[in-house]
Design a protein around this ligand. Structure first.
Ligand code: GLN
Ligand code: ZN
Length: 771
């Protein structure tokens, strides 16, 4: 009567087999059949694991060669017409074209950006973040001409594969309303919700075919139920499930990532056979769900955290589940809170972690084991799983009391933090005057965002150092030479505020995490970011502190090479928080504040070492926004405060910069302004400075460097193009507040194009000065 299941499972494989097979396929080294064989082997292995863990079904349809949303674009036959597919291309080739775009014909030499001829290639589907995760999905494109037709061969073949292996099968689909919500229309005035009527019959057809194969349960994900849904979309959910209720399969409606709130009665009332709720992110709603869900429905409780890597406190979980089980008359499903796509496959044997740390963590595999333990305890009593419960209890207890987690000095420092620790000495106008007198920069000062090309030589040196083939001294010398080169290049270009170029940094979070107390790094804790790309987020497990300076030596060295101001370069507290697996035993704002204090120490040390300008990057501020709008303000308040704490230990003549990419700040400008950085650099070139208008209308008070060229493309923009953008910027922002810089760091570019682009940028700034 108690079933366990999972909403989805990691795809990449223990050794990231899928990543490597994909990349070999894209390089033309293996054919599609070989790639498909890897995919099949991975599915089989992962299903076997799910079965061994005692799940009632294996999840089918969660596997993807690039992205599960893109799978649905093919499943429903809505590949955008702009790709010009004839239909004769193999489905997998079309899929990768949508995911990765078509390269432009070489030497096309057309400069018209509005030109749509094939020599520009076709851009891939846009990529964006999957809710508030770091997973990126491919955005379906909808317009009035969109038609849906069922192309279920791939999905049905996977179902057959799993059935042939004797598994209980639960196909996993994105629900029709979420699928439309996740898409985008480029046609003005077109409402993609108007496609619902055309989409539903295709779902119905698919469900019929699944039923014909003997499938009993289909999981239909409607994570939009956790969002602020306009009434029309709420109504769409009613319509959709009313239309699908005659299917011969039972639907498990899955919600996750966010409390249901005002959508809770709707979620409980939809005519489906079962409802899955996220009992981690929405723990407080379980009681209301138990009170509201009609008796005949199955309830799946997402009790194991699918978004984080901590071992579950099984006693606490049983404390929640026992009364729920009783309320449900002994019928209950147990699951992770969401798909396990967002956690590493396994951490049990990770070579980089010590035994104690490992005992606190759970990857996807371990989470399935936890479900088994919970089910056994509920159905047979604790005695049947005494050893497993004991192990979980001692891990939970150990973590709660470990001196590795709790550092009294950090707690005392936070308790004693003065109320004005997040305030600079003087207000901005006064600081601005002091900084102008100190640095004597020209109007429209030029700078860059931090990184210079991470050349193959730099990467090779770091890899050799990691393999211990290069000594620490030799590695340091190599990096020193790269830094010297970056400084010479910038001087030759005539840039006003220099950077050291970040040659020594592998990654902007890892570099700091490795030097801070409270962080650990896994050897193999990979999580898919998009396509074949995986990230290995740091594990922030304990109170954060900075044992010693992290960047001062390199920055002072770089400054010693030039009379021009050298900008110190740090990653901000919110970005470090956002791109790590963080503690679940204290609120995120408490963790952010600890990181902020460690960064503050670094800023102060840089100042004391004679560095007058320090940039604290916060590219992840916007992506940390909660899914529910009502929670934006509290988040932004503590995020901006954490930034200010990191920036406010210095004197008024020290200039603090910050940098953000991924733009679109117009709805959070007051909070961005509240960060009170002396200078903010942002990504604006791709929008043709459109994004800057908001800053102008808002009368953003401090200085701004709107990016004048797109660093994502190898194309070198003309000097006149950048000049035109600067003129546009000067029309909305007081010219004396403007800086001149690229959109973002240059680490993915090479030197020849970087040099050429920056030469044009400096010339554009000079032209502005002459006006
Ligand atoms: N300083 C970093 C760099 O230049 C900033 C990167 C980012 O904004 N994502 O690479
Ligand atoms: Zn950036």
């Amino acid at each position: 009567m108690i079933k366990t299941h999972t909403l989805g499972f990691p795809r990449m494989g223990a050794q990231r087999e899928l990543k490597f097979a994909l990349e070999r396929h894209w390089r033309g080294e293996i054919d599609a059949a070989t790639l498909e064989a890897t995919g099949r082997a991975l599915r089989q292995r992962h299903w076997a694991q799910q079965r061994e863990a005692g799940l009632a079904f294996v999840a089918v349809g969660d596997f993807a060669y690039y992205d599960h949303v893109a799978n649905h674009v093919q499943l429903f036959g809505c590949e955008p017409a702009r790709f010009g597919f004839s239909g004769d291309e193999p489905a997998l080739a079309r899929y990768f074209t949508m995911a990765r775009g078509v390269a432009a014909e070489a030497g096309a030499g057309c400069n018209d950006t509005a030109c749509t001829r094939a020599h520009h290639g076709s851009a891939s589907l846009e990529m964006t973040k999957w809710f508030d995760t770091n997973y990126h999905y491919l955005v379906p494109e909808f317009n009035a001409a969109t038609r849906f037709t069922l192309h279920a061969q791939r999905l049905l073949a996977e179902v057959d594969e799993a059935l042939a292996l004797g598994h209980g099968v639960k196909p996993v689909l994105i629900g029709p309303v979420s699928f439309l919500w996740l898409g985008k229309s480029h046609e003005a005035g077109f409402d993609r919700l108007s496609l619902l009527g055309a989409l539903l019959p295709v779902y119905a057809d698919l469900l019929k075919r699944l039923a014909a194969r003997g499938v009993q349960w289909v999981q239909v994900d409607e994570p939009v139920l956790g969002l602020d849904l306009p009434p029309a979309w709420q109504q769409a959910l009613r319509e959709a499930y009313e239309a699908l209720k005659t299917a011969d399969v039972s639907l498990l409606l899955a919600t996750y990532f966010s409390p249901l709130q005002e959508n809770l009665p709707l979620a409980c009332a939809l005519p489906v056979a079962g409802l899955h709720v996220d009992a981690v992110r929405a723990a407080g709603e379980l009681q209301a769900v138990l009170d509201t869900l009609p008796a005949g429905r199955e309830l799946s409780i997402g009790i194991v955290d699918g978004r984080n890597i901590w071992r579950t406190d099984l006693d606490a979980a049983l404390g929640v589940l026992r009364p729920a089980l009783e309320r449900r008359g002994g019928r209950l499903w147990l699951a992770p809170s969401c798909s396990l796509l967002h956690v590493p496959l396994s951490l049990r044997e990770d070579a980089a972690l010590d035994a104690e740390l490992r005992s606190w963590l759970a990857g996807a595999t371990e989470k399935l084991d936890e479900l088994r333990t919970l089910r056994t305890a509920l159905s047979q009593g604790d005695a049947a799983v005494r050893a497993a419960l004991f192990a979980a209890r001692s891990a939970t207890h150990g973590r709660a009391h470990s001196p590795r987690v709790h550092n009294r000095a950090v707690a005392e420092r936070i308790a004693a933090l003065p109320a004005d620790a997040d305030r600079r000495g003087a207000a901005f106008p006064r600081r601005q005057a002091l900084q102008r007198a100190r640095f004597k920069l020209p109007a429209f000062p030029t700078t860059t965002i931090g990184s210079f090309p991470q050349t193959p030589q730099i990467r090779a040196a770091r890899a050799a150092f990691k393999r211990k083939e290069l000594s620490a001294e030799a590695y340091r010398d190599a990096m020193a030479q790269e830094i010297a080169l970056a400084v010479r290049e910038q001087e030759a270009l005539g840039i006003d505020v220099l950077v050291h170029g970040e040659a020594e940094r592998n990654d902007m979070v890892e570099y700091f995490g490795e030097q801070l107390d409270g962080f650990a790094f896994t050897a193999n804790g990979w999580v898919q970011s998009y396509g074949s790309r995986c990230v290995k987020p740091p594990v922030l497990f304990g109170d954060v502190s900075r044992p010693k300076p992290m960047t001062v030596d390199w920055t002072v060295y770089a400054q010693s090479l030039t009379p021009r101001p050298m900008k110190g370069m740090l990653t901000g507290p919110i970005t470090i928080l956002q791109w790590s697996f963080v503690r679940d035993d204290q609120p995120r704002d408490a963790t952010a504040l600890q990181i902020a204090l460690a960064i503050r120490d670094e800023v102060v040390d840089l100042e004391q070492a004679g560095i007058g300008i320090v940039q604290i990057d916060e590219p992840a501020i916007r992506e940390g926004l909660p899914l529910r709008r009502a929670l934006w303000k509290p988040y932004l308040d503590w995020a901006a405060r954490a930034f200010r704490v990191s920036a406010s230990g210095v004197g008024d003549a020290t200039q603090i910069h910050t940098h953000m990419c991924y733009s679109e700040f117009n709805d959070i400008l007051p909070e961005i302004a509240a960060m009170d950085a002396d200078v903010i650099t942002i990504e604006t070139s791709r929008s043709g400075m459109e994004l800057l208008r908001g800053f102008g209308d808002f009368r953003y008070p401090n200085e701004i460097g709107p990016g004048v060229y797109d660093i994502h493309s190898p194309r070198v923009p003309g000097h006149d193009e950048m000049l035109a953008l600067l003129r546009k910027a000067a029309a909305v922002i007081p010219p004396e507040h403007l800086w001149v810089n690229p959109d973002c760091g240059l680490k993915t570019r090479d030197w020849p194009e970087t040099r050429a682009a920056l030469r044009g940028m400096v010339a554009a700034a000079q032209a502005m000065r002459q006006r």
